[in-house]
Design a binder for this molecule. Structure first.
Ligand code: TRH
Length: 376
């Protein structure tokens, strides 16, 4: 554990949409407290969303202790509190006015934690400061996939636990959702936004020679899934056709969702946080990127695809690129998925190598702590 000169940290999180904003902030808060001995206060404006990924959260509490972290409900009438040594404004969420006014003389480092992107410009902007008046500077800290960025969130505990889990515990973990029928050859988790491409994927799995078991956590994919199976698939319910076995899951606590990704042979993920977790799991993945205005997300998708596939052998890279394109364009084409399944062994090998490559850039929380130490 590192000894920090600035032990009190406040993280501010506004839930813009879904679970990624709080997912990232909660993960960061826990890592800063557990691995760096910091006193962390997490301010969240939407405790109900938080409680979906952390069931111990009391959605009605103004303040609560959770695993060594103080969780404060960020309300408009913000309480009078002394600002922390280090303030993390997640995703440019804009601090409460009264808190911001009290920061001079109290806060030693102010960070804006940015959204993840593999685009080239990120390395040029990572770590830049911007004067905010009254002696305060705000620094822009960018997660990323390459040297010169802040890296990706990954706890030391998870890093060491993942490989052991995959060898010893994955089958037992998945067995908590039993499904009648033949044993599956591959296990896939499926978390996405609404997606018209779904029938193409499911048809390809249904008609494949090998049996696939697909675990579908509660997500915005429900309606598309319902149309495919001819009715709502409630959490716990199963559905089978040909080689395809579907099982709907309830919303899992964040640690269990991570374990689901470790336990599966491939993962369909979305947004930011599940996307990062799937890469650390070292298994083939398909990313459903969060839609942005003017299709800005397509540049982000292309940038990640370029870095991710740079070292991947050509036939597998082509299959992965086609699958990513179809999934993100909502194009239901089983041929794309047949090619992707054929490339599976190479994609699996590539995904393991990619996770090792990512680890060379350290992890975001440790990088952030040393960045702050260099500024105070
Ligand atoms: O939920 P997302 O779509 O979140 C985000 C936010 O919407 C954000 O506003 C947007 O900017 C960003 O996407 C790009 O996807 P994400 O990031 O993968 O977050 C999901 C979180 O939910 C992640 O922390 C994992 C967690 N989770 C669980 O804890 N249990 C579950 O069962 C599932 C399916 C997810």
């Amino acid at each position: 554990m590192t000894q920090a000169a600035s032990p009190h940290w406040d993280i501010f999180c506004r839930v813009v949409d879904n679970y990624g904003d709080i997912g990232v902030c909660w993960r960061l808060a826990r890592q800063l407290a557990d691995e760096h001995g910091l006193v962390v206060r997490l301010w969240v404006d939407d405790l109900a969303s938080f409680a979906r990924i952390a069931p111990a959260v009391d959605a009605g509490a103004a303040s609560q202790q959770l695993g060594g972290i103080t969780v404060g409900h960020w309300v408009d009438a913000f309480p009078l509190v002394r600002p922390a040594d280090v303030v993390i404004e997640a995703f440019a969420c804009e601090l409460p006015v009264s808190y911001r006014a009290a920061m001079p003389g109290s806060t030693r480092c102010w960070i804006n934690l940015e959204y993840l992107s593999a685009e080239d410009w990120v390395t040029g902007c990572h770590g830049l400061g911007s004067p905010q008046g009254q002696g305060l500077q705000k620094f822009f800290f960018f997660p990323g996939f390459v040297a010169g960025t802040g890296g990706l969130l990954q706890s030391q505990r998870q890093q060491s636990e993942c490989a052991r889990w995959q060898a010893d515990d994955a089958a037992r973990f998945l067995a908590q959702w039993p499904l009648p029928g033949a044993a599956a050859h591959r296990r896939i988790s499926l978390f996405a936004y609404p997606n018209r491409a779904l029938p193409g994927l499911l048809d390809a799995l249904r008609d494949d020679e090998q049996i696939s078991r697909v675990y579908v956590p509660e997500s915005l994919l429900e309606k598309d899934l319902g149309e495919y199976v001819g009715g709502y698939l409630a959490p716990g319910a199963c559905w089978q056709a040909g080689s395809l076995q579907l099982i709907a899951l309830p919303m899992l606590a964040q640690d269990d969702y991570d374990r689901l990704l470790w336990s599966c042979d491939a993962n369909f993920v979305r947004g930011e946080d599940s996307f990062v977790r799937a890469q650390w799991a070292g298994k083939p993945l398909i990313w459903h990127i969060y839609h942005q205005s003017e299709d800005a997300h397509l540049d982000k998708l292309a940038a990640w695809q370029t870095v991710y596939l740079a070292e991947c052998p050509a036939p597998a890279a082509t299959a992965q690129a086609a699958a990513l394109a179809a999934w993100n364009a909502g194009l239901a084409d089983p041929a794309v998925w047949r090619a992707w399944l054929a490339a599976w062994p190479d994609l699996a090998l590539h995904a393991r190598g990619w996770a090792k490559q990512l680890a060379q850039h350290g992890n975001l929380a440790a990088n952030l702590v040393s960045f702050v130490a260099g500024k105070v």
